[in-house]
Each structure stands twice: as structure tokens, then as C-alpha cells.
Write a protein that binds this ligand. Structure first.
Ligand SMILES: [Zn+2]
Length: 457
């Protein structure tokens, strides 16, 4: 189905616009987690589906997908890519071909391709365009077939420092202030797949490592923190003994694994008068995280120990080359809370007219972005600080609305306000912000992409 086959022959030796350079292909380089792939037993499977699987993954990577989902649907397999957090439907695969691709990808990731009843998790190393990636593969049984979720991580791409995610100085300064006193908990929260782990790592890196002793006690699966020492607990030591040892080493700030149990939460809050903690807390929103903490450690400990909750929403950036300026009307500016002096906002270009054969195709509209007017993402951030007013709200009448009102009263920046800042700065469009806030930006496909993928080539 691919419009541009990989091995297209040049016509008559003349350079033509149709002559594509050799397309970059992904190289599979063995399973992760020290697993072994039994190529001998499954030679037939490899022969039948390896090339198709490779082409599909390569196509996804050329389009900068970070998630691939292969899902059984009415005897076929639906393929979906997620690019910059937005889902794009790709091709539907015929049943047998889709099934074989699922099995070969499982095999290469160190999973058992014959096991289709139990969910499995594994991964593989991959090279694409001279860059190394780690690919995590998860299989889940669905009826008689299976769904495969493939997540692709760029090993070198290091989003760790505040400037890497465009964190404004104001928020950076506030986190520094919060973590500067060897006391208190800075919580980081957000929905799954919203970059919470990355955000918590960024929060750790707001702390000046030359002024403060920062230790990492979390398992980052091989990710290394800049200027942060790993703390390895002694054999047989529980969390309290480790904290005592860390305090003796004059630690200021401690980075921990995501909070999963009330017991661990209580221990942390008991130590929150001697150490600063940065860690993830369950909750899609700061309000949910707050509620969970109250349930786990009680209102008094929250009031004493919690200093702030950091969260983000990732918003796609407009392509610099084809974004269209427009003059917002005063009513819109008022609604957005923007100054009347704002003379220009940006939006994606209008799609080409469908009934005009002479109109350029979506791809021709803009070379750099290939017609997808968004490229890369940036974080809208919110730091909910536990001010005296907020303590009052927590102690007496905790509701999402009351939290929001208090944030406004304290002059704290909410996610929505920060997202509108990105619109005002021309980084993104109002449509994109509305999309992200409407559905979490997850479930609804953004619409058909102009180019069909080439997994069936
Ligand atoms: Zn563009």
C-alpha cells in the first residue's frame, strides 16, 4: 500500500522529484533484560514476518511515533501510532499478517510467541538513523487474539534539565525555595503516559547540586541523573534505616520511587522534618493526589509535610514554518484572559480544498513538517503550593473548585493559564490547547494523516 516503495528504481537515470533517497530502516539489536531469542525454533515465523515488522517499525519511527499499538478488530488488526501524544490511525492489517507481526515482535522482544493467554512484557534494542532506542513491548490477550503496545524511547535524548522542557524561571525558583530547607515533600503527579517521571527528574534537577546534597533512591531503569549520587541501601535495611543513614551523610534532598503504599507514605512524612523529598504521587490531578495523601497519611501530616504538587500537560508545538498568524478579536482575548495588546496568535494552516485538483497536497504545503502542522511538544506546568490559604482549604473544605479558587487568590499559575501563555507566545494554537484539555489528548484520533504507512510493502 505504500505510495513510495523502498526499492523504487530511478527512471531513465534522470533525477526526478519522485526519486526518493533510500529510506532509513530500523535495525533490531537484540532483546532487553538479558533475555534470549530462540531463532532456531521460530525460524519460519522470522522468515514470514520479520521484514514486515521491520518496515512497520521503520515507518513509525520516520514519523516520530513514540507508541505503536496493534489491536485485533473484526478479524483484522488495526494499527495506530502515537506522535507527540496524539493518536493517528495507520493501516489495517489482514488477520494472518497482523498475527504474524505480533508474534515476531514478541519473539524479538524476548517474549514467548506461543504464550497468548498471559500478558507479557519485554523489550528490544533498536538503532534508527544512527541513534539508539529502547523499545518496550507489552502483549495483552483480547478475546482469542492479542493487543501489542510498543513504546519507543530515545536512549540519548535526555529531558532532564528545567530548560529541556521549557520550565519558566518562576516555577524553577519556587521549587528551589521549597526544597531548600531539608524538610517537606514536593509531589509530582499526572495521568499515566503524561511524562510524570520525566517531570519529577526535572524537578530534582532544579536543585543546585553545588549547594545541596541530592541523593537518588529510586530505580530509574538505567537512566542516570546528572550530578545526583545514587544511594544504595545496605542489605537488610528498611526505609527508615536508609533515611537515617542518608541524614548522617548530610543529605538535603532525596529523590524516591513513585509512592505506592500508605506505609511508605507515612514513613516519608515522618521524616519530612529532616529531609526534603521529591517523588511521584498517584493522581491524575493535584486534587486527586492531595486526596490520596490525606487518605494515606491524614490531614495533619499533609499540612505539616507537604510543600507543593507539580504537574504538567504536554502540548504539541506548532510547526514554525507553516503556522498562520491571525488577529484575535477583543472578545476572545478577554475570554482567554490575555491583554488587549495581544495583536497576533497562531494556528495551523487550513487544509487544502478537497474539490480543487490544482490545490497542493497537505505534504506540499510545508516541507519541514510534511503537512502535520505540529512538531514536538512542550509542557504547560502547574505548581500548587501549600500556602496558609491552601492549608485552610485542605483542613476545612477540600474540593477541586476550592483548590482552584485558592490558587488564583494566591496568584499561582494553573495549568490552563500556563497553556494560554504558550498560545500567547505563539508556541502552540488555541485548538491544540482545547484538544489537550478536552480529552486529556489521548483517546480521540486527530484525523487521518495524509500519508498511509508502509507496513504492507
Ligand atoms: Zn509546517
Amino acid at each position: 500500500m505504500a505510495k513510495k516503495p523502498v526499492d523504487k528504481k530511478p527512471r531513465g537515470g534522470e533525477a526526478s522529484e519522485e526519486d526518493q533517497p533510500q529510506l532509513e530502516m530500523a535495525l533490531f539489536q537484540g532483546p532487553l533484560f538479558d533475555r534470549v531469542v530462540d531463532t532456531k525454533t521460530h525460524a519460519k515465523l522470522i522468515q514470514s514476518a520479520l521484514v514486515a515488522a521491520k518496515e512497520m517499525v521503520s515507518d513509525a519511527m520516520r514519523r516520530r511515533a513514540h507508541t505503536i499499538q496493534i489491536e485485533p478488530r473484526e478479524g483484522r488488526f488495526a494499527l495506530r501510532y502515537t506522535i507527540d501524544g496524539a493518536p493517528y490511525p495507520a493501516a489495517a492489517l489482514p488477520g494472518p499478517r497482523g498475527m504474524a507481526m505480533v508474534q515476531v515482535l514478541k519473539l524479538l522482544s524476548g517474549l514467548d510467541p506461543t504464550e497468548r493467554v498471559q500478558p507479557q512484557f519485554g523489550g528490544l534494542q533498536l538503532e534508527f538513523a544512527d541513534r539508539k532506542y529502547e523499545v518496550f513491548v507489552e502483549s495483552t490477550p483480547v478475546g482469542k487474539a492479542e493487543r501489542l503496545r510498543i513504546k519507543i524511547f530515545d536512549v540519548k535524548q535526555s529531558l532532564q534539565r528545567p530548560q529541556d522542557i521549557g520550565m519558566p524561571e518562576t516555577i524553577k525558583d519556587r521549587i528551589r525555595e521549597i526544597t531548600a530547607h531539608r524538610s517537606g515533600v514536593l509531589a509530582v503527579c499526572g495521568p499515566p503516559d503524561s511524562g510524570v517521571t520525566t517531570l519529577s527528574i526535572v524537578a530534582v534537577h532544579t536543585v543546585d547540586p553545588y549547594l545541596y546534597q541530592v541523593f537518588n533512591l529510586s530505580d530509574l531503569r538505567g537512566r542516570k541523573l546528572i550530578n545526583v549520587s545514587d544511594f544504595v541501601p545496605e542489605q537488610g535495611h528498611d526505609l527508615e534505616m536508609s533515611f537515617d543513614r542518608i541524614i548522617r551523610r548530610e543529605a538535603d534532598v532525596l529523590f524516591l520511587d513513585p509512592l505506592k503504599s500508605p506505609e511508605v507514605a507515612q514513613t516519608i512524612f515522618q521524616y519530612a522534618n529532616r529531609l526534603s523529598f521529591i517523588l511521584e504521587i498517584p493522581g491524575n490531578t493535584p486534587f486527586e493526589a492531595l486526596s490520596k495523601l490525606m487518605e494515606w497519611v491524614g490531614v495533619d501530616m499533609v499540612l505539616q509535610g507537604l510543600r507543593g504538587i507539580l504537574t504538567q500537560k504536554l502540548i504539541r508545538k506548532l510547526c514554525k514554518d507553516c503556522k498562520q498568524a491571525y488577529r484575535p478579536n477583543p472578545a476572545l482575548l478577554k475570554k482567554l484572559g490575555l491583554s488587549e495588546q495581544t495583536t497576533v496568535l497562531y494556528r495551523p494552516p487550513a487544509p487544502p480544498a478537497e474539490d480543487d485538483p490544482a490545490a497542493p497536497t497537505v505534504e506540499e504545503l510545508c516541507g519541514p513538517c510534511g503537512g502535520d502542522p505540529y512538531h514536538g511538544r512542550i509542557a504547560a506546568l502547574e505548581l500548587l503550593e501549600i500556602t496558609d490559604g491552601m492549608k485552610e482549604v485542605i483542613a476545612t473544605a477540600l474540593t477541586p473548585e476550592a483548590v482552584r479558587r485558592q490558587m488564583n487568590a494566591d496568584g499561582q499559575v494553573t495549568l490552563q493559564k500556563d497553556a494560554i501563555r504558550l498560545v500567547a507566545e505563539g508556541v502552540t494554537s488555541l485548538e491544540e490547547v482545547q484538544r489537550v484539555f478536552a480529552g486529556g489528548g489521548k483517546k480521540r484520533p486527530v484525523g487521518k494523516r495524509p500519508r498511509p504507512p508502509g507496513p504492507q510493502g
